[in-house]
Design a protein around this ligand. Structure first.
Ligand code: CP
Ligand code: NVA
Length: 307
């Protein structure tokens, strides 16, 4: 089972593989936009397992699989045996005998790793406490579409050093760009938890304005991620000064774009002026989840395709 390719964290793929995937995404998106039928995954079944809520991830995987000619089945913890203590290893054995590819959104990264170790089919991380690799694939594709190659550019991450932040940091190592992170005291990046090889591609700043200075991308996320709701009240206080606003965008490069994985909380991590303003690319970013994940599923199931 070990030869199966999974996408559990960003560094599971090389820079060369991402170059292929981004080129492939462009082609698949173009076909879709021109209403051209493309059904390479006919008769293939995607199983989607959600242990946390989702709008974009569910929709983009389910619609994406259908658009490629296959079908998708949704399972959640409440309505399956997963919520009643069936071991993840057993679930992986069974689910992977009845499907061709699996996407999981869960809590600890360790859960998805155990699933993948017992799966006969490719497994995709649809978000864990530690990582959100599909999100960053879409984010980087969005930057490339808007501004060109990301190599050598600077991303300013403002706020919580969460799953999305960790994935930006891994992506910086794989694709060779820089991340400037600013978090409140006590919420700093832990390089080991982020799964980094080193610290060459990132710098931590106590002042968010310093992190944003000269950045090509300014990005943030909710102050309280799913699974951490008990800390919400404390976080609202701790993160109050880590809001992306107009002044912060003005200190970044004049052609900087703003990204947010969504859902967003206007008035908390970002002002309405920024997320609804001219530098925001968040709707393209959300749409690109669909196109990048179609390229990802095609790659995991069929390998490299020429067209
Ligand atoms: N960005 C993202 O993953 O959104 P959902 O939680 O709606 O899937
Ligand atoms: N960091 C957020 C991302 C949601 C898409 C969370 O984990 O809840």
């Amino acid at each position: 089972m070990s030869s199966i390719k999974h996408f559990l964290q960003f560094k599971d793929f090389t820079r060369e593989e991402f170059d292929y995937l981004f080129a492939r995404t462009r082609w698949i998106k173009d076909q879709f936009k021109n209403y051209k039928q493309y059904w390479p995954l006919t008769d293939r079944t995607l199983v989607m397992i959600f242990e946390k809520a989702s709008t974009r991830t569910r929709l983009s995987f389910e619609a994406g699989m259908q658009q490629l000619g296959g079908s998708a089945i949704y399972l959640n913890t409440r309505d399956s045996q997963l919520g009643r203590g069936e071991p993840v290893e057993d679930a992986a054995q069974v689910i992977s005998r009845m499907s061709d590819i699996v996407m999981i959104r869960t809590f600890e990264q360790e859960i998805i790793e155990r699933f993948a170790a017992n799966s006969r089919v490719p497994v995709i991380n649809g978000l864990t406490n530690e990582y959100h690799p599909c999100q960053i694939m879409a984010d980087i594709f969005t930057y490339i579409e808007h501004r060109g190659p990301i190599q050598g550019k600077t991303v300013a991450w403002i706020g919580d050093s969460n799953n999305v932040c960790n994935t930006w940091l891994q992506a910086a190592e794989v694709l060779d760009f820089n991340v400037h992170v600013s978090t409140p005291p006590g919420y700093e990046v832990e390089a080991e938890r982020a799964g980094l090889y080193g610290t060459a591609n990132f710098e931590q700043f106590s002042d968010p304005m310093e992190a944003a200075k000269g950045a090509d991308i300014v990005t943030t996320d909710v102050w309280t991620s799913m699974g951490f709701e008990a800390e919400n009240e404390e976080r609202l206080k701790d993160f109050a000064d880590w809001q992306v606003d107009g002044d912060m965008m003005r200190i970044a490069k004049s052609d900087a774009i703003f990204l947010h994985c969504l859902p967003a909380h206007r008035g908390e991590e970002v002002t309405a002026e920024v997320i609804d303003g001219p530098q925001s690319a968040v709707w393209d970013e959300a749409e690109n989840r669909l196109h990048t994940q179609k390229a990802l599923m095609e790659y995991l199931l069929l390998g490299r395709v020429n067209s």
